[in-house]
Design a protein around this ligand. Structure first.
Ligand SMILES: CC(C)(COP(=O)(O)OP(=O)(O)OC[C@H]1O[C@@H](n2cnc3c(N)ncnc32)[C@H](O)[C@@H]1OP(=O)(O)O)[C@@H](O)C(=O)NCCC(=O)NCCS
Length: 195
């Protein structure tokens, strides 16, 4: 049983763990993404085998999904580094279906991953983006992230074009403050709630 959430437009959504049993729905979700969203994802999720591999159990990754009437409408992950010099850091990945963007779902997913990060004693979150991912940069700025570095032509998108890699970083307390403020704003308007 997942967590029931109501989005800004009143849509009821369940947020729950994403598992291997979700391969069909996960594949359908990635296939329906707009080409510009598919192009900048880290792996070729339009390949069914890659989607299945992605859902294999991995002790260092926590995956969650937002679901409406059995259909996945958002996918998010917390990637941990339990050993070595980055063990205090974790990485955020969040993808929201086009029809559900700008309804607060990205913030909901960020909040759920925040709770998982706290349990794992993570201190700071990082995010890696390609420079055309403008909306992603906006939500992470809203969550308190600051740009730390730009590496010119460091990564290659799905279409084989080299892109700048942007590294952003934020400590966990700051993220929680920003999420709380965001919820307070919308609760005062009577929308976006955990039901
Ligand atoms: C980035 C992404 C996850 C945002 O999801 P979302 O559900 O639309 O985000 P939210 O509705 O929670 O937005 C929260 C805030 O972020 C900012 N924001 C999000 N998208 C924005 C946009 N396109 N333009 C300007 N600000 C934006 C706003 O401050 C917004 O608050 P507001 O709507 O009250 O102004 C979504 O656009 C997406 O999946 N993009 C493609 C995949 C991607 O790039 N993922 C990030 C890689 S990790």
């Amino acid at each position: 049983m997942g967590k029931p959430i109501k989005l800004r437009d009143g849509t009821s959504v369940e947020v729950r763990a994403l598992t291997r049993a979700d391969a069909d729905e996960s594949f359908a979700f990635f296939q329906k993404l707009q080409p510009e969203d598919q192009a900048y994802l880290r792996v070729k999720v339009i390949d069914r085998k890659i989607v299945e591999q992605r859902l294999q159990k991995n002790a260092n990754v926590r995956r969650i999904a937002a679901v409406v009437e059995g259909k996945i409408i958002a996918d998010a992950a917390l990637e941990l580094n339990p050993y070595g010099w980055k063990r205090h850091l974790a990485e955020y990945r969040i993808i929201v279906a086009s029809d559900y963007k700008r309804l607060g779902l990205g913030m909901v997913m960020a909040g759920e991953l925040y709770e998982l990060a706290i349990k794992e004693k993570v201190e700071e979150m990082v995010v890696e983006l390609m420079s055309p991912q403008v909306e992603a940069k906006k939500i992470f700025e809203r969550l308190g992230f600051k740009q730390e570095a730009v590496m010119k032509n460091m990564v290659m998108d799905v279409n084989g074009r080299k892109q700048d890699l942007i590294l952003m970083r934020c400590n966990l307390d700051e993220i929680w403050n920003k999420i709380e403020t965001y919820y307070e704003e919308f609760e005062s308007l009577g929308s976006l709630e955990t039901v």
